[in-house]
Design a protein around this ligand. Structure first.
Ligand code: FES
Length: 372
C-alpha cells in the first residue's frame, strides 16, 4: 500500500528542483516538467549515476555520468531504448503541499544490452610462448613518414626478442588509432569512470580497444617507446594515459587489480635531456597500474641542449649498434624478469596491498584523553 509523504509547498520545491530526496530508503530525483512535479528513482540503470544532477532535454533527464536518458513522465528511455525504465513515483499537488508516494508506482526495468564493443579476452593456451607488446607513442603523419628513433629501437627490440626467444610479439602505434580523449568521468565521481571505459562501451568507432586488450588481456611484457618533446613524453602518450585511468580506477573503486604479474620497460629518445624525469613519471604511472619493472627498466638516448642538430641525431641512432643492442637487451631483460614472476605466480596471486594506499582512509587519530 502506498504511503504519502509531504515534501513541502509548491514554492519551496520550485526553489529546489531538480533535487535528490531520500524517503523510506528510496533515493528519489524530483523534477519539474510542463508545470508538474515528477519523481523518478535517482539511480541510473547504467552504473547508478545521480539523475537529479542531470540536465533536462525536453521531457528527458540526461544522466550526468554517461548520457543515458529517461522520461521524467514515464521513467522510460527515448524511442528505441524504451524497454529500459527507472522507477516512477506518484506525485500529487494538494492544497496543503506537494506529496510523493512510496513505493514507486512503476518499478525499475533493466534490459540486458547487447554490448556493441566488447573487449576480447585472448586466453593464453598452456605452453604458449610469452607475449611481448610494444606501444609506440610518437606522433607522425602517415602520408609523410619520417624516421623515428624511438620507433626504430622499439621495432628492433621486438624483432630481437622474437628471434632470440620465440616470443609472440605485437606492436601498436598510437598514431594509427583514432581514439577519443578521456572525457573526465572520474571528475564527476570515481564510479563514473568504468571498466571497460565508458567511451569504449558506447562508441564502436573508438579505436583504443587494442590497447586495453593488449595491456589487460594479452601481454605478459610491454615495452613503451616515447620521444622526449620539451622535456616531456609525446602528446599521444598523455592522450592514451588519461584513458587508462579506468584500469587504475578499478583498484580504487572495486579493489580489482586488472594488471598482475606483468612487466613493463621503456625506450626514451629525444633531442634534449630530461630522461630521469620522464622515466620517473613512467615508472610511477605504470607501477600504479600494477606492472612490475625489471632491473634497469629503461634505455634512453638524447642529443643534449647544445646540439640542435637532429639530422645528425637520426644518423647517429640509425648507425648505432650499441643502441640497438641495448634495445634488444632491454626486451630480453624484461622477458627474463617476467619468467621469474611467472614461476612465482601462485605466491604473487595472493591478495596484495592496494596501490599506494590511494583512496584508503587512515584510522581516526586518538584524541588526547581518549580511553586507551
Ligand atoms: S549513463 Fe547513467 S550511470 Fe552511465
Amino acid at each position: 500500500m502506498a504511503t504519502w509523504h509531504r515534501l513541502g509547498t509548491r514554492a519551496e520545491l520550485l526553489a529546489r528542483v531538480p533535487c535528490a530526496l531520500r524517503i523510506d530508503h528510496h533515493a528519489i530525483a524530483l523534477f519539474q516538467h510542463d508545470g508538474r512535479f515528477r519523481a523518478l528513482g535517482n539511480a541510473c540503470n547504467h552504473k547508478g549515476g545521480p539523475l537529479a544532477e542531470g540536465r533536462m532535454r525536453d521531457e528527458f533527464v540526461v544522466c550526468p555520468w554517461h548520457g543515458w536518458e529517461y522520461s521524467v513522465v514515464t521513467g522510460r528511455g527515448p524511442a528505441g531504448y524504451d524497454e529500459e525504465q527507472v522507477p516512477v513515483f506518484a506525485v500529487e499537488e494538494r492544497p496543503d503541499g506537494v506529496f510523493v508516494a512510496t513505493p514507486p508506482e512503476l518499478p525499475r526495468k533493466l534490459v540486458k544490452h547487447k554490448r556493441l564493443h566488447l573487449l576480447d579476452e585472448h586466453p593464453k593456451p598452456a605452453g604458449a610462448p610469452p607475449r611481448l607488446l610494444g606501444i609506440s607513442t610518437t606522433a607522425m603523419d602517415a602520408a609523410n613518414p619520417r624516421f623515428s628513433t624511438s620507433d626504430a629501437l622499439l621495432d628492433h627490440a621486438l624483432a630481437s626478442a622474437q628471434q632470440a626467444r620465440g616470443v609472440d610479439t605485437q606492436r601498436i602505434r598510437l598514431r594509427d588509432l583514432a581514439f577519443r580523449h578521456c572525457e573526465g568521468n572520474y571528475s564527476k565521481a570515481a564510479r563514473a569512470c568504468t571498466w571497460p571505459c565508458a567511451i569504449t562501451e558506447r562508441d564502436p568507432d573508438d579505436q583504443l580497444t587494442p590497447v586495453y586488450e593488449g595491456l589487460v588481456h594479452w601481454a605478459d611484457v610491454m615495452i613503451l617507446a616515447t620521444p622526449i618533446r620539451w622535456g616531456n613524453l609525446s602528446s599521444l602518450y598523455y592522450k592514451m594515459a588519461e584513458r587508462l585511468n579506468c584500469i587504475q580506477n578499478q583498484i580504487t573503486t572495486h579493489d580489482r587489480v586488472l594488471i598482475k604479474n606483468k612487466v613493463v620497460a621503456f625506450i626514451i629518445t629525444g633531442g634534449q635531456d630530461n630522461v630521469q624525469a620522464v622515466a620517473g613519471q613512467l615508472l610511477s604511472f605504470w607501477g600504479e597500474l600494477g606492472f612490475a619493472v625489471p632491473p634497469f627498466p629503461f634505455i634512453a638516448h638524447t642529443r643534449g641542449w647544445d646540439a640542435e642538430d637532429m639530422a645528425r641525431n637520426v644518423r647517429q641512432v640509425r648507425a648505432s649498434d650499441a643502441l640497438r643492442e641495448a634495445a634488444a637487451q632491454l626486451a630480453l631483460r624484461a622477458l627474463a624478469f617476467w619468467a621469474v614472476l611467472d614461476a612465482h605466480r601462485a605466491e604473487l596471486d595472493k591478495p596484495m596491498e592496494r596501490s599506494g594506499r590511494k583512496a584508503q582512509r587512515l584510522a581516526p587519530a586518538a584524541e588526547p584523553g581518549d580511553a586507551s
